[in-house]
Write a protein that binds this ligand. Structure first.
Ligand code: HEM
Length: 240
């Protein structure tokens, strides 16, 4: 069965892992990296992301999750977007944990085609994943979404399902977590104290969530001569 959850799912797990464990001392990353080489990139990504989000409200959570699944497995290098070539070689997309993300991948093709026309081989697929995740959150924060009438839908947070907020923690504290991993958060003293803090303060939740996403997006990023800028996010370039 397919379940659709709101975007606040497991955000806490993200805080815990990234706030406590990963530090980014070695990161060599800068803001506005494409300001000169491809200044249109931010507009292109935002327009396409917001347009798609408006007509398909179940997609923004997937784009956020795609960033997590890409970065958490050996770093943010858009390996999740690679299609299998057959011959029995498995790609990350084939993993059952990624099956429900399948309708989330098209957006990267649309964005990549548009960007390649304007700035050929300049913007990496990993950066596109990060920008789409950022813009899907900002879309949800800025707009109140129409709540579609899903059948067979299980919401992580039935109270404010389409709002990006801290309600998840309030429900969790009432033992209304959905997954075993959610329930596990209430088994750990340190986790409980963070849950208690976040459920009281939505502003704090949003701030901490932002910080955690930035940390997530810095894991194993390939810079300089490492890696390649793919022409198509679904396959590596032919000459390599
Ligand atoms: C180890 C930690 C995590 C576990 C065990 C976990 C597990 C899961 C599971 C089992 C689902 C339901 C998938 C389905 O049946 O469709 C899910 C959905 C989701 N996860 Fe996680 N997750 C984790 C961390 C995260 C993080 C860090 C993020 C955000 C960056 C995230 C974002 C999401 C989103 C947005 C969905 C809903 C996707 C949709 O509505 O289609 N998860 N997660």
């Amino acid at each position: 069965m397919h379940c659709h959850y709101s975007t606040k799912i497991s955000c806490f797990v993200l805080f815990f892992i990234f706030h406590c464990v990963i530090s980014c001392g070695e990161c060599n990353l800068v803001r506005n990296f494409y300001a000169k080489s491809c200044p249109q990139v931010e507009n292109i990504v935002r327009n396409i992301t917001w347009n798609r989000a408006a007509s398909h409200p179940t997609l923004p959570p997937k784009w956020l999750r795609i960033q997590f699944h890409d970065c958490f497995v050996k770093g943010c290098e858009a390996s999740l977007l690679l299609d299998g070539l057959g011959h029995g070689v498995e790609v990350e997309k084939d993993d059952c944990n990624n099956f429900s993300l399948v309708d989330g991948y098209d957006i990267y093709d649309e964005i990549k085609v548009k960007i390649e026309k304007q700035c050929p081989q300049t913007v990496s697929c990993a950066d596109i994943i990060a920008l789409v995740a950022r813009d899907s959150i900002s879309y949800q924060l800025l707009r109140r979404m129409c709540e579609p009438n899903f059948e067979k839908t299980v919401f992580f947070d039935p109270i404010t399902s389409f709002k990006f907020d801290n309600a998840y923690y309030k429900l969790l504290k009432q033992n209304m977590g959905m997954l075993t991993t959610d329930a596990a958060l209430l088994q750990d003293e340190r986790a409980i104290s963070v849950v208690d803090e976040l459920l009281l303060d939505n502003e704090l939740f949003l701030k901490e969530f932002g910080k955690s996403m930035v940390k997530l997006a810095t894991i194993g990023v390939l810079t300089g001569e490492d890696g390649e800028i793919r022409k198509n996010c679904r396959s590596v370039n032919k000459n390599t």
